[in-house]
Design a protein around this ligand. Structure first.
Ligand SMILES: Cc1cc2nc3c(=O)[nH]c(=O)nc-3n(C[C@H](O)[C@H](O)[C@H](O)COP(=O)(O)OP(=O)(O)OC[C@H]3O[C@@H](n4cnc5c(N)ncnc54)[C@H](O)[C@@H]3O)c2cc1C
Length: 468
């Protein structure tokens, strides 16, 4: 048994866990981070945010070179896809970034322990490496940051070859002729876009009557139109009832969500992207009687579970399953543990879909405001009227700002457009400061800039947009 008594052991080295570990070490704690994967960064760095964005960027270049450069007067000749090189680049980006976290651990004196962690008692973590003997580590506090995994679809068994999860879809060795994506959420649309750009015919099957369920209805409708124009085929209000693997691919049985006759769709590859569920396998939570609800670990405002000294953060506690939300919780949890006033403002967490154009959302949707009986004013500005978007040849989309009718305070900001994921950050800052649409409208924005569309939408709240 190790003699070291840690102040904190974090189980899980994803964006929640590794950030919590570093922040706790900065605050003077003796910290270890246990992860079983063998590479730090969790889902996000290894099989999530980072590899998907690397492929989105590469496939964007491919599509640009093949179909868009000509309009800019750039002739390339025949454009060829080297999928192996594209995947190799993606793997290199991932491996450099995961090694970067190992470096940060060394710099901050966080012990990195590779193996599966389980909690044998409050203050005791048993770590079983892939090979070799298990060891028991002693600690004052534990943070569980074990993240999430793919939600399975009954009757459609993932083999990561013909029927893949997002993980398999990030490493296909050839472009499928027909890809069926089950689920029109963020992951399904991002990865569907990657493979469509590379030449696949992509059909997206969604149980609900809208893509991007939960987002502002206006945004969902416009985005569906834009993606359909790019070639994505949508089967909404449809459910996948079963899948049969054949020598060449998969035959999917799809029926109306409301009931009715099933039809079949042939696919070379099926991507199951119906969501993610919390991952707590083998942690030993039952033995400790840690409170859980629908598989998520229950925590209070200080990320404390019902077991003293055991905390939890990130995807495993639910809420927005996003890397930046997990990071914020990691920092807040470490600071609270150190006696500081750590805090996460869940009302100001942006969400981004990295399609092209991107979608970025913040705060309330119109539907939520109507349901809550809040009196609001909507200001909209299209990118067709933004000079920079026109120069770039990327004028699809709009900025929509929802402000309180009485106080003008920002309630929701929804953007479809070029660099929407970066443009939303201005709105996040203003919302954090309790700012108003007028605050954005009276702030000088550089010209010609995409950010001017945000300013104009804010001006539109007061009925005084200039360029429309
Ligand atoms: C394809 C895809 C794309 C995504 N894109 C984005 C995006 O663009 N932006 C965004 O914000 N979010 C994105 N996400 C979501 C994001 O990856 C997660 O929200 C984020 O990784 C959650 O962080 P976490 O620290 O809670 O858990 P995770 O990142 O899941 O990390 C948990 C870690 O714990 C380890 N672990 C689990 N159990 C044990 C155990 N018993 N012992 C030791 N180690 C254990 C796991 O191996 C894993 O490394 C994406 C997800 C996917 C799948």
């Amino acid at each position: 048994m190790s003699e070291t008594i840690y102040d904190l052991i974090v189980i899980g080295g994803g964006p929640g866990g590794y950030v919590a570990a570093i922040r706790a070490a900065q605050l003077g704690m003796r910290v270890a981070c246990v992860d079983k994967r063998g590479a730090l960064g969790g889902t996000c760095l290894n099989v999530g945010c980072i590899p998907s964005k690397a492929l989105l960027q590469s496939s964007h270049h491919y599509e640009g070179a093949a179909h868009e450069f000509k309009a800019h007067g750039v002739n390339t000749g025949k454009v060829e896809l080297d999928l192996k090189a594209m995947m190799g680049r993606k793997d290199k980006v991932v491996s450099e970034l995961t090694k970067g976290i190992e470096f940060l651990f060394k710099k901050n004196k966080v012990d990195y322990v590779i193996g599966r962690g389980s909690i044998t008692a409050a203050g005791e973590v048993r770590v079983k490496p892939a090979k070799g003997k298990a060891e028991t580590l002693k600690t004052k506090n534990i943070i569980i940051a074990t993240g999430s995994t793919v939600t399975p679809l009954p009757g459609v068994v993932i083999d990561e070859k013909k029927i893949v999860s997002s993980t398999g879809a990030l490493s296909l060795t050839k472009v499928p002729k027909n890809l069926v994506v089950v689920g029109a959420g963020v992951i399904g649309l991002e990865l569907g876009s990657v493979w469509r750009r590379l030449g696949a015919h992509v059909t997206v099957v969604e149980f609900l009557g809208t893509i991007l369920p939960g987002m502002d209805a206006d945004i969902c409708k416009q985005m569906q139109r834009i993606l359909a124009k790019q070639g994505l085929e949508f089967r909404l209000s449809s459910k996948v009832a079963g899948a049969k693997k054949t020598k060449d691919g998969v035959i999917l049985s799809v029926e109306p969500a409301a009931g009715g006759d099933a039809e079949t769709i042939n696919a070379d590859v099926v991507l199951v992207a119906i969501g993610r569920r919390p991952y707590t396998d083998g942690l030993g939570l039952e033995g400790l009687s840690v409170g859980m609800e629908r598989g998520f670990i229950t925590v209070d405002d200080d990320f404390q579970t019902n077991v003293p000294g055991v905390f939890a953060i990130g995807d495993v506690v639910g809420g927005a399953m996003l890397a930046h939300k997990a990071e914020e919780e990691g920092i807040a949890c470490a600071e609270i543990m150190a006696g500081q006033a750590g805090h996460v403002n869940y009302a100001a967490i942006p969400g981004v879909v990295y399609t092209r154009p991107e979608v970025a959302v913040l705060g309330k949707t119109e539907e939520q405001l109507k349901k809550a009986g809040v009196d609001y004013i909507a200001g909209k500005f299209p990118f067709t009227a933004n000079s920079r978007a026109r120069c770039n040849g990327e004028a699809d989309g709009l900025v929509k700002i929802l402000a309180d009718a009485g106080t003008d305070r920002l309630l929701g900001v929804h953007i479809i457009g070029p660099a929407a994921g970066d443009l939303i950050q201005e709105a996040v800052t203003v919302m954090e400061f309790g700012g108003s649409a007028e605050d954005v409208a009276r702030t000088c924005h550089a010209h010609p800039g995409l950010g001017e569309a945000v300013k104009e939408a804010a001006m539109a709240v007061a009925g005084r947009a200039i360029h429309i």
